[in-house]
Design a protein around this ligand. Structure first.
Ligand code: M6R
Length: 366
């Protein structure tokens, strides 16, 4: 049932090229320049009339929501707020009939997310669901939605659900951008073609596995790790830290790289490994100067870089390469080495990777 893999998590990491393809199959017609999603077409007016989109989710799905915030604002110019479902539901939030709420949930059973949806619906908002499990409570409770089609995710640590959620949300953002005219047709087409290439680039990113395993061996006994990223890759840093925490029980924190100087830099010494996402597009020079600051304080640096990178390689203790893509699609690639790093560290520490202590696959209680 694990298809020859030692753990479901590893199987699911390796399933991502196919899972992403399954997510866009029939929806992304790159050559025709078309995105087809019934849940969006049927409700286009609601989306176009929305003053803002509110995204509600928990855990990894919340991180996918943060990536979506960047994509929606950047491409479709729609203001987005991303909320932890558990905070949103108890905050007496201001919601009107003009709001569109997007709830993201792999299981479709997360109690806080479900409650947030019910609250939003009671105030007249239009609620759209992005779920993986077909027929789940959230899928049934929402007004419309789009499934991720990632196939069953068994490992408690979410992997392919995250990348397929980002894929669906990217398709939605592109469709809305086209409808609103916020992207030029050449830029739009370029995004469609690049998205279509993501599965093979994920396959390429997975080829670093052996190297990542060797790096994992060097850092498995660390007590803390810091994950940094900027822009589109800030949420990826949060996700990388969450993945490490939940399966290896090593304390890790994710931060926007530029926030480092407002506090976390105090933690940096030779015992602090820093995983920093420094891909070519997206604040590259600024991230390189963050790396110099870490190096000056003797922090150990693991850089996630674009293939062929030179500058970070000169400074970092290790680099892990991912193929080049558009900045706003980069989370789909930079996430892969972080998943593998936490997987290998957890295995080396003898942890129960698929069923970490104290955690459940779906959190059906608040
Ligand atoms: O099923 P959901 O997407 O609603 O689950 C949300 C979180 O419970 C989930 O992402 C959790 O954080 C994962 N264990 C992360 O790997």
């Amino acid at each position: 049932e694990k298809g020859g893999y030692d753990h479901f998590m590893l199987k699911e990491i390796y399933e991502q090229p196919l899972a992403i393809k399954d997510t866009y199959r029939g929806r992304l017609l790159a050559d025709e320049g078309i995105i087809k999603m019934a849940g969006i077409e049927d409700n286009m007016k609601r989306f176009l009339n929305a003053d803002r989109i509110i995204i509600v989710a928990c855990g990894t799905s919340w991180h996918a929501g943060l990536v979506a915030e960047y994509i929606f604002e950047d491409l479709a110019r729609i203001p987005v707020e991303v909320e932890y479902a558990s905070e949103f539901r108890y905050r007496n939030p201001v919601i009107t009939e003009k709001d569109v709420v997007i709830s993201i949930s792999q299981s479709g059973e997360t109690a806080d997310t479900l409650a947030a949806i019910k609250l939003a619906k009671s105030k007249g908002a239009f609620v759209f669901g992005v779920c993986n499990v077909v027929g789940s409570s959230i899928a049934r409770e929402t007004d419309a939605g789009a499934y991720t089609h990632a196939g069953p995710e068994i490992g408690v640590a979410s992997t392919k659900a995250f990348t397929t959620q980002i894929t669906v949300l990217t398709l939605i953002a592109l469709r809305l951008a086209r409808a609103k005219g916020t992207m030029s047709s050449s830029d739009y087409r370029r995004h469609l073609h690049e998205l279509e290439l993501i599965p093979e680039k994920v396959t390429k990113a997975l080829e670093a596995d052996k190297h990542i395993q060797a790096v994992s061996q060097l850092y498995k006994d660390s007590h803390n790790m810091l994950y940094l990223g900027r822009g589109y890759n800030f949420p990826v840093a949060l996700e990388g830290a969450l993945k490490l925490k939940e399966i290896s029980y090593i304390h890790a924190e994710g931060y926007p790289a530029a926030e480092m100087k407002h506090g976390p830099i105090a933690l940096i010494d030779e015992n602090m490994p820093v995983i920093i996402i420094a891909t070519k597009k997206g604040h590259y020079e600024k991230v390189v100067s963050n790396i110099q600051e870490i190096k000056a304080r003797k922090g150990k640096i693991i850089g996630i870089v674009t293939e062929g990178d030179v500058s970070v390689r000169e400074l970092a203790d290790h680099v892990i390469e991912v193929p080049e893509t558009l900045e706003n699609l980069s989370p789909l690639l930079t996430t892969i080495p972080l998943q593998l790093l936490s997987y290998h560290i957890a295995v080396m520490l003898g942890k129960n990777v698929d069923q970490p202590r104290n955690l459940a696959k779906s959190v059906t209680v608040e």
